[in-house]
Design a protein around this ligand. Structure first.
Ligand code: ZN
Length: 271
């Protein structure tokens, strides 16, 4: 550069011109641009009618005491403002947000600072869906999936399955919670049915042994857990967790040892 001072002057003039143009742009345009670039900046607050929706749709919330209800509501807002919820060929409404957040909060309600570190975006489909992934057989219809490998940080859910999960409160099946329980299991890097960060060290060995015994019972049709729990330890953990929160009485009566360890893992009294 022959004349560095001229270069600096041109640069400064261009910068001032840029600031001037920004100043000229009306606020509304600027805010719109800013919101698109920073979706996290559009923070939601708890709406007055959400209490009614939660009481009607989420039995876990309905059974909480008044102080716990306030805690649940705070966790809900935190959840909604932390993870992105996107509709796939559908738009997202408040009920979607509330039910997805509730599915994620219930299993970790006893841990106030819990954060799903491997989750960024939840994609909601209107109905069951297909995902192209080398690990999935072609044409598999899914109701829920936690992304792994190239799809890390993503969760996929069917709205129909999610809504039905909250309609049938005591059947021990819950698509939303099932997927979040997988994430809890995978926090330590492995989908092996052993949530290392939640389970006391002394219980890991007995837990692994119990998993094998209980899986055998599911596979032999001698368990209240769904057949899906027969697949492997990860599916077993997800289904056992759902049962713990959905039908604790039945679980304790038929699987007292399993119930006792789950109480220790989730640090929660479901009855
Ligand atoms: Zn699963």
């Amino acid at each position: 550069m022959k004349n560095p001072q001229l270069f600096i002057e041109i640069f400064l003039a261009a910068y001032l011109l840029f600031l001037f143009i920004l100043w000229l742009i009306p606020d509304t345009y600027y805010n719109k641009f800013y919101e698109i670039k920073n979706t996290d900046a559009t923070k939601q607050t708890f709406k007055p009618d959400w209490k009614k929706i939660l009481t009607e749709k989420v039995l876990f919330y309905k059974k909480l005491n008044p102080l716990q209800k306030v805690q649940f509501e705070q966790r809900l807002i935190e959840f909604i403002n932390t993870y992105k919820i996107k509709g796939v060929d559908t738009s997202i409404n408040d009920l979607d947000r509330l039910l997805i957040a509730a599915s994620g909060i219930i299993p970790v309600f006893a841990f106030p600072t819990w954060y799903y570190k491997d989750l960024k975006t939840i994609y909601l489909y209107d109905n069951s869906f297909q995902i192209n992934h080398p690990m999935l057989p072609n044409g598999t219809m899914l109701n829920g999936l936690v992304g792994y490998g190239v799809m890390k940080n993503k969760m996929y859910l069917s709205r129909k399955a999610l809504y039905e999960s909250f309609k049938r409160d005591y059947d021990g099946q819950h698509t939303g919670m099932h997927e979040f329980l997988h994430l809890i299991d995978m926090e330590d890097g492995q989908a092996d049915g052993v949530p290392d960060i939640l389970i006391p060290k002394a219980y890991i060995k007995p837990w692994k042994e119990l998993i094998q015994k209980e899986i055998e019972r599911v596979c032999n049709d001698d368990s209240i857990l769904s057949d899906y729990a027969c697949e492997n330890a990860a599916e077993f953990f997800a289904e056992a967790g759902v049962s713990f929160f959905e039908n604790p009485d039945e679980l304790q009566t038929n699987h007292p040892e399993l119930y006792r360890i789950l109480e220790l893992i989730f640090m929660y009294k479901t009855k």
